[in-house]
Design a protein around this ligand. Structure first.
Ligand SMILES: [Ca+2]
Ligand SMILES: [Ca+2]
Ligand SMILES: [Ca+2]
Length: 627
Protein backbone atom coordinates (compact mmCIF):
# COMPACT_ATOMS: atom_id res chain seq x y z
CA UNK A 1 0.00 0.00 0.00
CA UNK A 2 1.27 3.45 -0.91
CA UNK A 3 2.28 5.65 2.04
CA UNK A 4 0.57 8.60 0.37
CA UNK A 5 -2.56 6.81 -0.78
CA UNK A 6 -3.63 5.01 2.37
CA UNK A 7 -6.72 3.43 0.86
CA UNK A 8 -4.95 1.69 -2.00
CA UNK A 9 -5.80 -2.04 -1.90
CA UNK A 10 -2.89 -4.03 -0.50
CA UNK A 11 -0.64 -5.75 -3.00
CA UNK A 12 -1.59 -3.47 -5.89
CA UNK A 13 0.63 -3.16 -8.94
CA UNK A 14 1.48 0.39 -9.96
CA UNK A 15 0.31 1.39 -13.43
CA UNK A 16 1.34 5.04 -13.34
CA UNK A 17 2.95 7.24 -10.67
CA UNK A 18 2.99 10.66 -12.25
CA UNK A 19 4.10 13.84 -10.42
CA UNK A 20 3.12 16.10 -13.35
CA UNK A 21 6.66 17.20 -14.09
CA UNK A 22 5.63 16.87 -17.74
CA UNK A 23 2.30 16.81 -19.57
CA UNK A 24 2.92 13.39 -21.13
CA UNK A 25 5.07 10.29 -20.86
CA UNK A 26 5.08 6.76 -19.37
CA UNK A 27 1.99 5.92 -21.39
CA UNK A 28 0.12 9.10 -20.49
CA UNK A 29 -1.01 10.87 -23.66
CA UNK A 30 -1.66 14.60 -23.91
CA UNK A 31 -4.27 14.26 -26.64
CA UNK A 32 -4.53 17.93 -27.66
CA UNK A 33 -1.06 19.05 -26.49
CA UNK A 34 -2.84 21.30 -24.00
CA UNK A 35 -2.18 22.26 -20.39
CA UNK A 36 1.11 23.44 -18.94
CA UNK A 37 3.42 22.61 -16.06
CA UNK A 38 3.69 25.37 -13.48
CA UNK A 39 4.83 25.40 -9.87
CA UNK A 40 2.78 25.58 -6.67
CA UNK A 41 4.74 25.15 -3.45
CA UNK A 42 1.55 24.16 -1.60
CA UNK A 43 1.04 21.05 -3.74
CA UNK A 44 0.43 18.26 -1.21
CA UNK A 45 1.98 15.16 -2.80
CA UNK A 46 4.79 15.98 -5.20
CA UNK A 47 5.57 19.68 -4.97
CA UNK A 48 6.11 21.89 -6.64
CA UNK A 49 5.33 20.96 -10.26
CA UNK A 50 1.64 20.79 -11.12
CA UNK A 51 -0.42 20.52 -14.31
CA UNK A 52 -2.51 23.59 -15.03
CA UNK A 53 -5.69 22.64 -16.89
CA UNK A 54 -7.88 25.46 -18.11
CA UNK A 55 -11.36 25.72 -19.63
CA UNK A 56 -11.41 29.32 -20.78
CA UNK A 57 -14.36 31.64 -20.23
CA UNK A 58 -16.82 31.29 -23.07
CA UNK A 59 -15.46 27.92 -24.23
CA UNK A 60 -18.11 25.39 -25.18
CA UNK A 61 -15.75 22.43 -25.50
CA UNK A 62 -12.29 21.38 -24.52
CA UNK A 63 -10.30 21.89 -21.38
CA UNK A 64 -7.67 19.39 -22.36
CA UNK A 65 -7.61 15.60 -22.42
CA UNK A 66 -5.04 13.28 -20.93
CA UNK A 67 -5.45 9.54 -21.58
CA UNK A 68 -3.91 6.44 -20.08
CA UNK A 69 -4.65 2.89 -21.26
CA UNK A 70 -3.99 0.45 -18.39
CA UNK A 71 -2.54 -2.86 -19.56
CA UNK A 72 -3.27 -1.75 -23.11
CA UNK A 73 -1.71 -4.84 -24.64
CA UNK A 74 -3.54 -7.18 -22.29
CA UNK A 75 -7.13 -6.03 -22.48
CA UNK A 76 -7.29 -3.58 -19.60
CA UNK A 77 -7.68 -4.26 -15.90
CA UNK A 78 -10.55 -5.76 -13.94
CA UNK A 79 -10.14 -3.21 -11.18
CA UNK A 80 -8.40 0.12 -10.88
CA UNK A 81 -7.33 2.43 -8.07
CA UNK A 82 -7.09 6.06 -9.12
CA UNK A 83 -5.50 8.57 -6.76
CA UNK A 84 -5.44 12.18 -7.67
CA UNK A 85 -4.33 15.39 -5.91
CA UNK A 86 -6.14 18.40 -7.33
CA UNK A 87 -7.31 21.92 -6.62
CA UNK A 88 -10.01 24.01 -8.30
CA UNK A 89 -9.16 27.69 -8.35
CA UNK A 90 -11.55 30.40 -7.08
CA UNK A 91 -13.57 31.93 -9.88
CA UNK A 92 -14.78 28.52 -10.95
CA UNK A 93 -18.53 28.74 -11.48
CA UNK A 94 -19.42 25.34 -12.84
CA UNK A 95 -21.32 24.41 -15.94
CA UNK A 96 -25.04 24.97 -16.34
CA UNK A 97 -25.70 21.24 -16.66
CA UNK A 98 -24.18 20.71 -13.16
CA UNK A 99 -21.79 18.18 -14.68
CA UNK A 100 -18.21 19.34 -14.11
CA UNK A 101 -16.23 16.30 -15.13
CA UNK A 102 -12.98 15.46 -13.39
CA UNK A 103 -11.91 12.11 -14.83
CA UNK A 104 -13.31 9.07 -16.61
CA UNK A 105 -12.93 5.36 -15.86
CA UNK A 106 -14.11 3.50 -18.95
CA UNK A 107 -14.99 -0.01 -19.96
CA UNK A 108 -16.91 -1.41 -22.92
CA UNK A 109 -20.28 -1.04 -21.25
CA UNK A 110 -19.90 2.38 -19.66
CA UNK A 111 -18.04 5.61 -19.89
CA UNK A 112 -18.22 6.44 -16.18
CA UNK A 113 -16.88 9.59 -14.67
CA UNK A 114 -16.35 11.44 -11.42
CA UNK A 115 -17.84 14.92 -11.46
CA UNK A 116 -18.00 17.98 -9.28
CA UNK A 117 -21.77 18.02 -9.40
CA UNK A 118 -23.66 21.23 -8.74
CA UNK A 119 -25.24 24.24 -10.38
CA UNK A 120 -23.14 27.31 -11.20
CA UNK A 121 -22.03 29.22 -8.12
CA UNK A 122 -23.44 26.67 -5.68
CA UNK A 123 -21.77 23.85 -3.74
CA UNK A 124 -20.00 21.19 -5.77
CA UNK A 125 -20.08 17.60 -4.57
CA UNK A 126 -18.12 14.59 -5.84
CA UNK A 127 -20.63 12.34 -7.61
CA UNK A 128 -20.05 9.28 -9.76
CA UNK A 129 -21.93 8.85 -13.06
CA UNK A 130 -21.98 5.44 -14.74
CA UNK A 131 -22.80 6.91 -18.16
CA UNK A 132 -24.19 4.20 -20.46
CA UNK A 133 -27.01 3.80 -22.93
CA UNK A 134 -28.96 1.12 -21.10
CA UNK A 135 -26.53 -1.79 -20.94
CA UNK A 136 -26.32 -1.50 -17.16
CA UNK A 137 -29.18 -1.55 -14.66
CA UNK A 138 -28.47 -0.05 -11.25
CA UNK A 139 -32.05 0.84 -10.37
CA UNK A 140 -31.68 -1.37 -7.25
CA UNK A 141 -28.96 0.82 -5.76
CA UNK A 142 -30.05 3.09 -2.93
CA UNK A 143 -28.38 6.48 -3.16
CA UNK A 144 -28.50 6.55 -6.97
CA UNK A 145 -30.93 8.16 -9.36
CA UNK A 146 -31.40 8.35 -13.10
CA UNK A 147 -32.43 5.91 -15.82
CA UNK A 148 -33.79 2.38 -15.41
CA UNK A 149 -31.79 0.83 -16.96
CA UNK A 150 -29.01 3.18 -17.98
CA UNK A 151 -27.09 6.16 -16.71
CA UNK A 152 -27.41 6.98 -13.03
CA UNK A 153 -25.82 9.36 -10.56
CA UNK A 154 -24.31 7.97 -7.35
CA UNK A 155 -24.17 10.37 -4.43
CA UNK A 156 -21.69 10.15 -1.55
CA UNK A 157 -23.52 7.60 0.60
CA UNK A 158 -21.08 7.54 3.51
CA UNK A 159 -19.38 10.90 4.01
CA UNK A 160 -19.22 14.49 2.89
CA UNK A 161 -18.00 14.95 -0.69
CA UNK A 162 -18.28 18.74 -0.85
CA UNK A 163 -15.40 20.53 -2.60
CA UNK A 164 -14.29 24.06 -1.71
CA UNK A 165 -12.49 26.27 -4.19
CA UNK A 166 -8.81 27.07 -3.71
CA UNK A 167 -8.19 24.01 -1.52
CA UNK A 168 -6.02 21.01 -2.37
CA UNK A 169 -7.73 17.63 -2.14
CA UNK A 170 -6.46 14.10 -2.22
CA UNK A 171 -9.08 12.02 -3.96
CA UNK A 172 -8.85 8.23 -4.00
CA UNK A 173 -11.17 6.20 -6.21
CA UNK A 174 -11.60 2.47 -6.67
CA UNK A 175 -13.62 0.71 -9.36
CA UNK A 176 -14.12 -3.00 -9.95
CA UNK A 177 -16.08 -4.62 -12.74
CA UNK A 178 -18.98 -7.00 -12.19
CA UNK A 179 -18.45 -10.73 -12.54
CA UNK A 180 -21.10 -10.91 -15.30
CA UNK A 181 -22.88 -8.50 -17.58
CA UNK A 182 -25.91 -8.33 -15.29
CA UNK A 183 -24.17 -9.16 -11.98
CA UNK A 184 -24.54 -6.80 -9.06
CA UNK A 185 -21.12 -7.22 -7.49
CA UNK A 186 -19.19 -4.33 -8.99
CA UNK A 187 -17.59 -1.84 -6.59
CA UNK A 188 -17.12 1.91 -6.59
CA UNK A 189 -15.53 3.67 -3.65
CA UNK A 190 -14.27 7.19 -3.14
CA UNK A 191 -12.25 8.73 -0.35
CA UNK A 192 -11.64 12.44 0.10
CA UNK A 193 -8.50 13.29 2.07
CA UNK A 194 -8.40 9.69 3.24
CA UNK A 195 -12.00 9.59 4.49
CA UNK A 196 -14.48 7.26 2.81
CA UNK A 197 -17.32 9.24 1.20
CA UNK A 198 -18.84 6.72 -1.24
CA UNK A 199 -19.06 2.97 -0.93
CA UNK A 200 -21.14 0.99 -3.42
CA UNK A 201 -20.51 -2.76 -3.45
CA UNK A 202 -23.62 -3.94 -5.32
CA UNK A 203 -23.10 -2.30 -8.68
CA UNK A 204 -23.86 -3.59 -12.13
CA UNK A 205 -20.57 -2.22 -13.51
CA UNK A 206 -20.39 -4.31 -16.65
CA UNK A 207 -18.23 -7.36 -17.14
CA UNK A 208 -15.49 -5.87 -19.31
CA UNK A 209 -12.21 -4.50 -18.04
CA UNK A 210 -11.38 -0.88 -17.49
CA UNK A 211 -9.54 0.03 -20.68
CA UNK A 212 -9.08 3.77 -20.34
CA UNK A 213 -8.50 6.55 -17.82
CA UNK A 214 -9.11 10.09 -19.07
CA UNK A 215 -8.56 13.39 -17.30
CA UNK A 216 -10.80 16.00 -18.93
CA UNK A 217 -13.24 18.73 -17.97
CA UNK A 218 -15.83 18.25 -20.70
CA UNK A 219 -14.75 15.57 -23.16
CA UNK A 220 -16.71 16.78 -26.14
CA UNK A 221 -19.85 17.51 -24.20
CA UNK A 222 -21.20 20.92 -25.19
CA UNK A 223 -21.43 23.21 -22.21
CA UNK A 224 -23.28 26.41 -21.57
CA UNK A 225 -21.52 29.77 -21.41
CA UNK A 226 -19.73 30.85 -18.25
CA UNK A 227 -17.95 34.06 -17.37
CA UNK A 228 -14.66 33.06 -15.69
CA UNK A 229 -11.87 30.68 -16.60
CA UNK A 230 -12.26 27.26 -15.00
CA UNK A 231 -8.78 26.36 -13.77
CA UNK A 232 -7.68 23.10 -12.18
CA UNK A 233 -4.27 22.34 -10.70
CA UNK A 234 -3.29 18.67 -10.67
CA UNK A 235 -0.34 17.81 -8.43
CA UNK A 236 -0.16 14.07 -8.82
CA UNK A 237 -1.81 11.13 -10.55
CA UNK A 238 -1.36 7.56 -9.37
CA UNK A 239 -2.98 4.48 -10.92
CA UNK A 240 -2.71 0.89 -9.75
CA UNK A 241 -4.54 -2.41 -10.05
CA UNK A 242 -4.83 -5.96 -8.77
CA UNK A 243 -4.74 -5.34 -5.03
CA UNK A 244 -6.77 -7.06 -2.36
CA UNK A 245 -9.74 -4.97 -1.36
CA UNK A 246 -9.68 -4.87 2.42
CA UNK A 247 -11.53 -4.57 4.59
CA UNK A 248 -14.31 -5.87 2.43
CA UNK A 249 -17.08 -5.62 3.03
CA UNK A 250 -16.68 -3.11 5.79
CA UNK A 251 -20.18 -1.76 5.38
CA UNK A 252 -22.43 -2.84 8.26
CA UNK A 253 -25.23 -5.31 7.71
CA UNK A 254 -28.31 -6.07 9.79
CA UNK A 255 -29.40 -9.70 9.76
CA UNK A 256 -32.06 -9.53 12.49
CA UNK A 257 -33.27 -7.69 15.53
CA UNK A 258 -35.21 -8.73 18.63
CA UNK A 259 -37.84 -8.16 19.72
CA UNK A 260 -39.71 -7.06 16.62
CA UNK A 261 -42.20 -4.92 18.51
CA UNK A 262 -42.68 -3.20 21.83
CA UNK A 263 -43.52 0.09 23.51
CA UNK A 264 -41.30 3.09 24.03
CA UNK A 265 -38.27 2.08 26.08
CA UNK A 266 -38.15 -1.50 24.85
CA UNK A 267 -34.54 -2.72 24.61
CA UNK A 268 -33.68 -3.85 21.08
CA UNK A 269 -30.81 -6.15 20.20
CA UNK A 270 -29.59 -5.76 16.62
CA UNK A 271 -27.58 -8.62 15.13
CA UNK A 272 -25.40 -8.17 12.06
CA UNK A 273 -21.85 -7.57 10.93
CA UNK A 274 -19.28 -4.79 10.77
CA UNK A 275 -20.71 -2.70 13.57
CA UNK A 276 -18.27 -0.33 15.21
CA UNK A 277 -17.01 -1.82 18.51
CA UNK A 278 -17.33 1.62 20.12
CA UNK A 279 -20.95 2.61 20.91
CA UNK A 280 -20.26 6.15 19.72
CA UNK A 281 -19.24 4.79 16.33
CA UNK A 282 -22.75 3.55 15.54
CA UNK A 283 -25.62 5.93 14.83
CA UNK A 284 -28.90 4.04 15.19
CA UNK A 285 -32.25 5.31 14.02
CA UNK A 286 -35.73 3.81 14.18
CA UNK A 287 -37.92 5.14 11.38
CA UNK A 288 -35.47 8.03 11.12
CA UNK A 289 -35.63 8.85 14.84
CA UNK A 290 -32.31 8.80 16.64
CA UNK A 291 -31.84 6.02 19.23
CA UNK A 292 -29.16 5.73 21.90
CA UNK A 293 -26.47 3.16 21.24
CA UNK A 294 -26.36 1.36 24.58
CA UNK A 295 -23.83 -1.30 23.76
CA UNK A 296 -21.72 -2.34 20.80
CA UNK A 297 -19.65 -5.24 19.58
CA UNK A 298 -18.94 -5.91 15.89
CA UNK A 299 -21.81 -8.37 15.59
CA UNK A 300 -24.36 -6.90 17.98
CA UNK A 301 -25.79 -3.57 19.05
CA UNK A 302 -28.05 -2.69 21.94
CA UNK A 303 -30.50 0.15 21.80
CA UNK A 304 -33.99 1.03 22.99
CA UNK A 305 -37.10 2.53 21.47
CA UNK A 306 -36.80 6.32 21.98
CA UNK A 307 -39.53 8.30 23.68
CA UNK A 308 -40.78 9.67 20.39
CA UNK A 309 -40.21 6.40 18.56
CA UNK A 310 -42.47 5.36 15.70
CA UNK A 311 -42.72 2.13 13.76
CA UNK A 312 -40.33 1.63 10.89
CA UNK A 313 -37.01 0.29 9.73
CA UNK A 314 -33.87 0.31 11.83
CA UNK A 315 -30.82 1.96 10.31
CA UNK A 316 -27.25 1.66 11.55
CA UNK A 317 -24.63 4.10 10.25
CA UNK A 318 -20.92 3.63 10.84
CA UNK A 319 -17.92 5.32 9.29
CA UNK A 320 -17.99 2.64 6.60
CA UNK A 321 -21.61 2.96 5.51
CA UNK A 322 -25.17 2.19 6.40
CA UNK A 323 -27.35 -0.84 6.94
CA UNK A 324 -31.12 -0.78 6.84
CA UNK A 325 -33.22 -3.54 8.33
CA UNK A 326 -35.34 -5.49 5.89
CA UNK A 327 -38.39 -5.36 8.14
CA UNK A 328 -40.05 -2.87 10.44
CA UNK A 329 -39.93 -2.65 14.20
CA UNK A 330 -43.46 -1.95 15.42
CA UNK A 331 -43.87 0.48 18.30
CA UNK A 332 -46.86 -0.59 20.38
CA UNK A 333 -48.93 1.19 22.99
CA UNK A 334 -47.66 0.17 26.42
CA UNK A 335 -49.76 -2.17 28.57
CA UNK A 336 -50.93 0.00 31.47
CA UNK A 337 -51.24 -2.95 33.82
CA UNK A 338 -48.65 -5.49 34.94
CA UNK A 339 -49.11 -7.61 31.87
CA UNK A 340 -46.50 -10.06 30.82
CA UNK A 341 -43.61 -7.74 31.51
CA UNK A 342 -44.40 -7.04 35.15
CA UNK A 343 -41.79 -9.26 36.73
CA UNK A 344 -38.91 -8.41 39.01
CA UNK A 345 -36.63 -5.62 38.04
CA UNK A 346 -39.20 -4.64 35.43
CA UNK A 347 -40.01 -1.35 33.89
CA UNK A 348 -39.80 -0.56 30.22
CA UNK A 349 -36.31 0.00 28.94
CA UNK A 350 -34.36 -1.88 31.58
CA UNK A 351 -31.90 -4.62 30.78
CA UNK A 352 -30.92 -7.25 33.33
CA UNK A 353 -27.41 -8.70 33.36
CA UNK A 354 -27.03 -11.84 35.48
CA UNK A 355 -23.41 -12.87 35.88
CA UNK A 356 -24.16 -16.50 36.69
CA UNK A 357 -26.04 -16.81 33.38
CA UNK A 358 -23.73 -14.72 31.26
CA UNK A 359 -20.37 -16.15 32.32
CA UNK A 360 -18.37 -16.93 29.19
CA UNK A 361 -14.90 -17.70 27.90
CA UNK A 362 -14.72 -14.36 26.08
CA UNK A 363 -13.78 -11.02 27.64
CA UNK A 364 -16.71 -8.62 27.26
CA UNK A 365 -18.76 -7.11 25.95
CA UNK A 366 -20.17 -6.57 29.47
CA UNK A 367 -18.21 -8.85 31.85
CA UNK A 368 -14.42 -8.82 32.08
CA UNK A 369 -12.25 -11.25 34.04
CA UNK A 370 -9.23 -9.58 35.61
CA UNK A 371 -6.54 -9.51 38.26
CA UNK A 372 -6.46 -6.69 40.81
CA UNK A 373 -4.30 -4.42 38.65
CA UNK A 374 -6.67 -4.78 35.68
CA UNK A 375 -4.58 -7.36 33.80
CA UNK A 376 -6.82 -9.81 31.94
CA UNK A 377 -7.03 -13.38 33.18
CA UNK A 378 -6.54 -16.31 30.81
CA UNK A 379 -9.37 -18.71 29.98
CA UNK A 380 -9.15 -22.48 29.90
CA UNK A 381 -12.02 -24.03 27.94
CA UNK A 382 -11.28 -27.46 29.44
CA UNK A 383 -11.80 -26.34 33.03
CA UNK A 384 -14.09 -23.40 32.10
CA UNK A 385 -11.94 -21.29 34.38
CA UNK A 386 -10.38 -17.87 34.03
CA UNK A 387 -6.97 -17.98 35.77
CA UNK A 388 -4.73 -15.20 37.03
CA UNK A 389 -0.97 -15.35 37.42
CA UNK A 390 -1.03 -16.20 41.14
CA UNK A 391 -1.75 -19.56 42.77
CA UNK A 392 -5.49 -20.40 42.79
CA UNK A 393 -6.38 -16.92 41.43
CA UNK A 394 -9.42 -17.35 39.18
CA UNK A 395 -13.04 -16.69 38.27
CA UNK A 396 -15.62 -19.28 37.24
CA UNK A 397 -19.36 -19.43 36.73
CA UNK A 398 -20.78 -18.19 40.03
CA UNK A 399 -17.59 -17.80 42.01
CA UNK A 400 -13.98 -16.73 42.29
CA UNK A 401 -10.77 -17.23 44.25
CA UNK A 402 -8.19 -14.53 45.05
CA UNK A 403 -4.46 -14.86 44.51
CA UNK A 404 -2.02 -14.53 47.39
CA UNK A 405 -1.65 -10.76 46.98
CA UNK A 406 -3.77 -9.91 43.91
CA UNK A 407 -7.56 -9.98 44.11
CA UNK A 408 -9.85 -11.76 41.69
CA UNK A 409 -11.69 -8.96 39.93
CA UNK A 410 -14.87 -9.17 37.83
CA UNK A 411 -15.68 -5.97 35.94
CA UNK A 412 -19.01 -4.94 34.46
CA UNK A 413 -18.83 -2.24 31.78
CA UNK A 414 -21.85 0.06 31.72
CA UNK A 415 -23.58 0.12 28.33
CA UNK A 416 -24.73 3.74 28.47
CA UNK A 417 -25.92 6.64 30.58
CA UNK A 418 -28.57 5.81 33.17
CA UNK A 419 -28.60 3.95 36.46
CA UNK A 420 -27.55 0.55 37.75
CA UNK A 421 -29.27 -1.50 40.44
CA UNK A 422 -26.76 -4.04 41.72
CA UNK A 423 -27.81 -6.96 43.92
CA UNK A 424 -26.25 -10.21 45.05
CA UNK A 425 -24.86 -12.00 48.05
CA UNK A 426 -21.19 -12.50 48.95
CA UNK A 427 -20.47 -15.67 50.93
CA UNK A 428 -17.79 -18.28 51.63
CA UNK A 429 -17.80 -21.17 49.16
CA UNK A 430 -15.10 -23.26 50.88
CA UNK A 431 -15.47 -23.56 54.66
CA UNK A 432 -12.37 -25.74 55.12
CA UNK A 433 -10.23 -23.14 56.89
CA UNK A 434 -8.17 -20.02 56.37
CA UNK A 435 -8.74 -16.45 57.41
CA UNK A 436 -11.58 -15.48 55.07
CA UNK A 437 -11.72 -12.78 52.41
CA UNK A 438 -12.71 -9.17 51.79
CA UNK A 439 -15.38 -8.50 49.14
CA UNK A 440 -15.43 -5.03 47.56
CA UNK A 441 -17.77 -3.39 45.05
CA UNK A 442 -16.22 -0.41 43.30
CA UNK A 443 -17.30 2.05 40.64
CA UNK A 444 -14.34 3.31 38.61
CA UNK A 445 -11.88 2.30 41.38
CA UNK A 446 -13.80 3.96 44.27
CA UNK A 447 -15.75 1.87 46.76
CA UNK A 448 -19.45 1.91 45.99
CA UNK A 449 -20.16 0.63 49.49
CA UNK A 450 -18.00 -0.33 52.47
CA UNK A 451 -16.12 -3.61 51.84
CA UNK A 452 -17.74 -6.78 53.17
CA UNK A 453 -15.64 -9.02 55.43
CA UNK A 454 -16.45 -12.70 54.96
CA UNK A 455 -15.01 -14.94 57.65
CA UNK A 456 -14.15 -18.52 56.82
CA UNK A 457 -17.28 -20.61 57.31
CA UNK A 458 -19.70 -17.75 56.61
CA UNK A 459 -21.71 -19.57 53.97
CA UNK A 460 -24.71 -17.30 54.62
CA UNK A 461 -22.72 -14.21 53.76
CA UNK A 462 -23.88 -10.63 53.26
CA UNK A 463 -26.38 -9.34 50.72
CA UNK A 464 -25.62 -6.20 48.77
CA UNK A 465 -28.15 -3.87 47.14
CA UNK A 466 -26.72 -0.73 45.54
CA UNK A 467 -28.14 1.83 43.13
CA UNK A 468 -25.87 4.25 41.30
CA UNK A 469 -26.09 6.59 38.36
CA UNK A 470 -23.66 5.94 35.53
CA UNK A 471 -22.48 7.13 32.16
CA UNK A 472 -21.40 4.90 29.29
CA UNK A 473 -18.26 2.89 30.04
CA UNK A 474 -18.33 3.44 33.78
CA UNK A 475 -17.25 0.12 35.26
CA UNK A 476 -18.25 -1.77 38.33
CA UNK A 477 -15.58 -4.02 39.88
CA UNK A 478 -16.36 -6.94 42.17
CA UNK A 479 -13.06 -7.70 43.95
CA UNK A 480 -12.29 -10.55 46.33
CA UNK A 481 -8.96 -10.26 48.16
CA UNK A 482 -7.33 -12.90 50.32
CA UNK A 483 -6.35 -11.34 53.63
CA UNK A 484 -3.20 -12.79 55.21
CA UNK A 485 -3.40 -15.98 53.15
CA UNK A 486 -5.52 -17.36 50.29
CA UNK A 487 -6.21 -20.91 51.44
CA UNK A 488 -9.88 -22.03 51.35
CA UNK A 489 -10.81 -18.61 49.87
CA UNK A 490 -13.29 -19.66 47.18
CA UNK A 491 -16.12 -17.12 47.28
CA UNK A 492 -19.63 -16.97 45.80
CA UNK A 493 -19.95 -14.32 43.09
CA UNK A 494 -23.50 -13.84 41.79
CA UNK A 495 -24.20 -10.19 40.99
CA UNK A 496 -27.32 -9.21 39.08
CA UNK A 497 -27.25 -5.77 37.49
CA UNK A 498 -30.36 -4.05 36.17
CA UNK A 499 -29.52 -1.22 33.82
CA UNK A 500 -32.07 1.55 33.24
CA UNK A 501 -31.15 3.86 30.37
CA UNK A 502 -31.41 7.56 30.91
CA UNK A 503 -34.71 8.85 29.60
CA UNK A 504 -34.21 10.36 26.20
CA UNK A 505 -35.73 13.77 25.60
CA UNK A 506 -38.58 13.75 23.14
CA UNK A 507 -37.29 14.94 19.80
CA UNK A 508 -39.41 17.39 17.83
CA UNK A 509 -38.03 18.01 14.36
CA UNK A 510 -39.24 20.59 11.87
CA UNK A 511 -38.34 20.10 8.23
CA UNK A 512 -38.74 22.89 5.68
CA UNK A 513 -37.88 23.00 1.99
CA UNK A 514 -37.91 25.49 -0.85
CA UNK A 515 -39.84 25.43 -4.11
CA UNK A 516 -38.13 25.42 -7.48
CA UNK A 517 -38.92 26.31 -11.08
CA UNK A 518 -36.76 24.76 -13.77
CA UNK A 519 -36.71 24.59 -17.54
CA UNK A 520 -37.60 21.05 -18.56
CA UNK A 521 -34.67 18.60 -18.57
CA UNK A 522 -32.39 20.84 -16.55
CA UNK A 523 -31.20 20.45 -12.97
CA UNK A 524 -31.30 22.58 -9.88
CA UNK A 525 -31.42 22.40 -6.11
CA UNK A 526 -33.96 22.82 -3.37
CA UNK A 527 -32.74 23.60 0.12
CA UNK A 528 -33.91 21.22 2.83
CA UNK A 529 -33.60 22.58 6.36
CA UNK A 530 -33.81 20.71 9.65
CA UNK A 531 -34.55 22.39 12.97
CA UNK A 532 -33.11 21.97 15.52
CA UNK A 533 -29.86 20.47 14.24
CA UNK A 534 -29.15 16.95 15.45
CA UNK A 535 -26.05 15.36 16.94
CA UNK A 536 -26.39 12.39 14.59
CA UNK A 537 -26.75 12.10 10.85
CA UNK A 538 -30.30 12.44 9.55
CA UNK A 539 -31.25 10.25 6.62
CA UNK A 540 -34.22 11.85 4.93
CA UNK A 541 -36.44 10.02 2.48
CA UNK A 542 -37.52 11.83 -0.67
CA UNK A 543 -40.42 11.03 -2.96
CA UNK A 544 -41.51 12.82 -6.11
CA UNK A 545 -45.19 12.72 -7.07
CA UNK A 546 -44.43 12.38 -10.78
CA UNK A 547 -41.79 12.18 -13.50
CA UNK A 548 -41.88 15.97 -13.70
CA UNK A 549 -39.16 15.93 -11.00
CA UNK A 550 -36.46 13.38 -10.27
CA UNK A 551 -34.95 13.26 -6.78
CA UNK A 552 -32.52 10.98 -4.94
CA UNK A 553 -34.25 8.35 -2.81
CA UNK A 554 -32.54 9.68 0.29
CA UNK A 555 -30.30 12.53 1.31
CA UNK A 556 -28.18 12.67 4.43
CA UNK A 557 -27.85 15.78 6.54
CA UNK A 558 -24.59 15.53 8.42
CA UNK A 559 -24.49 15.72 12.21
CA UNK A 560 -24.81 19.24 13.62
CA UNK A 561 -25.73 20.61 10.20
CA UNK A 562 -28.89 22.59 9.49
CA UNK A 563 -29.47 22.16 5.78
CA UNK A 564 -28.55 20.43 2.56
CA UNK A 565 -28.99 21.24 -1.12
CA UNK A 566 -31.00 18.48 -2.77
CA UNK A 567 -30.41 18.02 -6.51
CA UNK A 568 -33.57 18.05 -8.60
CA UNK A 569 -33.73 17.15 -12.26
CA UNK A 570 -36.79 18.34 -14.18
CA UNK A 571 -38.57 16.02 -16.55
CA UNK A 572 -41.21 17.06 -19.05
CA UNK A 573 -43.07 20.29 -18.33
CA UNK A 574 -45.57 20.17 -15.48
CA UNK A 575 -45.76 20.33 -11.71
CA UNK A 576 -44.65 17.78 -9.13
CA UNK A 577 -44.62 17.65 -5.36
CA UNK A 578 -41.45 16.45 -3.69
CA UNK A 579 -42.03 15.21 -0.16
CA UNK A 580 -39.20 14.88 2.36
CA UNK A 581 -39.74 12.71 5.45
CA UNK A 582 -37.80 12.05 8.63
CA UNK A 583 -39.71 10.01 11.18
CA UNK A 584 -42.99 11.81 11.75
CA UNK A 585 -41.66 15.08 10.33
CA UNK A 586 -42.42 15.95 6.73
CA UNK A 587 -42.30 18.84 4.28
CA UNK A 588 -43.19 19.36 0.63
CA UNK A 589 -41.72 21.34 -2.25
CA UNK A 590 -43.48 22.31 -5.45
CA UNK A 591 -41.31 21.68 -8.50
CA UNK A 592 -42.40 23.40 -11.67
CA UNK A 593 -40.89 22.29 -14.98
CA UNK A 594 -41.38 24.79 -17.78
CA UNK A 595 -41.12 24.35 -21.52
CA UNK A 596 -37.76 25.02 -23.16
CA UNK A 597 -37.72 28.57 -24.57
CA UNK A 598 -38.23 29.03 -28.30
CA UNK A 599 -34.93 28.31 -30.07
CA UNK A 600 -32.95 31.37 -31.18
CA UNK A 601 -32.57 32.50 -34.75
CA UNK A 602 -30.51 29.86 -36.56
CA UNK A 603 -28.08 32.57 -37.64
CA UNK A 604 -27.23 33.25 -34.02
CA UNK A 605 -24.59 31.07 -32.33
CA UNK A 606 -26.32 28.08 -30.78
CA UNK A 607 -27.02 28.21 -27.06
CA UNK A 608 -27.41 24.68 -25.81
CA UNK A 609 -28.47 23.90 -22.29
CA UNK A 610 -27.89 20.23 -21.79
CA UNK A 611 -29.33 17.97 -19.15
CA UNK A 612 -27.03 15.37 -17.57
CA UNK A 613 -28.91 12.65 -19.37
CA UNK A 614 -28.70 14.22 -22.81
CA UNK A 615 -25.08 15.15 -22.18
CA UNK A 616 -24.46 11.60 -21.11
CA UNK A 617 -26.02 10.28 -24.26
CA UNK A 618 -23.99 12.68 -26.41
CA UNK A 619 -20.84 11.53 -24.64
CA UNK A 620 -21.85 7.97 -25.08
CA UNK A 621 -22.17 8.40 -28.82
CA UNK A 622 -18.83 10.16 -28.85
CA UNK A 623 -16.99 7.39 -27.12
CA UNK A 624 -18.38 4.85 -29.49
CA UNK A 625 -17.21 7.02 -32.34
CA UNK A 626 -13.77 7.03 -30.74
CA UNK A 627 -13.77 3.27 -30.53
CA1 LIG B 1 3.53 17.38 -8.59
CA1 LIG C 1 -7.95 -15.78 53.21
CA1 LIG D 1 -13.08 -20.16 53.37
Amino acid sequence: MSATWTNEPTGSSVLLDWPWNATSGSGLFNVYQSGSIITDATAPVSPSNVLLQRLAAGDRHGGGQFDFYPNSGGGGVSDIFIAHAFKVLPGFEGLSNSTNKLFFCINNEAKGFVALYGLPNSNKVLYWNNQNSGLLDNSHVAGSWGDTPGTRWFTPNVGNGTISLGVWYKLEFYWKKSSGISSRDGIMRMWLNGVLISNYENLNSGSSNCSQYTLTQTWDGTVGPFANDHVYYHDHLYLSTGGTVTPSPSVPTISSFTPTSGPVGTPITIVGTNFDPSPAGNAITLNGISCQTLGAVPTQLNTAVPNNGTSGQIRVTTSAGQALSGTNFTVTTPDPGGGTGGGTGGGAGTTTYTFADEFSGIQGPRWYYKMADGTAMTYSAGSQLWSGSQLYQGIWQGGCHPGTSSAARLDFITPGAGSLHITGRASDADTGGGDGVTFSIKKNVSNLRSPITIANGDSTGTAYDETTSVVANDYISFEVSAGANNVYDSTILNPVIVYTPQTQPAEVITLTSTNLTLTEFTSGFITLTISPTRATVSVITLVSSSAVAFVPATVTIAANTSSIDVPITAGAAGTATVTATLGTSTTSSTITSTLTPVPPDPEDPPVVTVSPTISAYTDFLTIYRLF
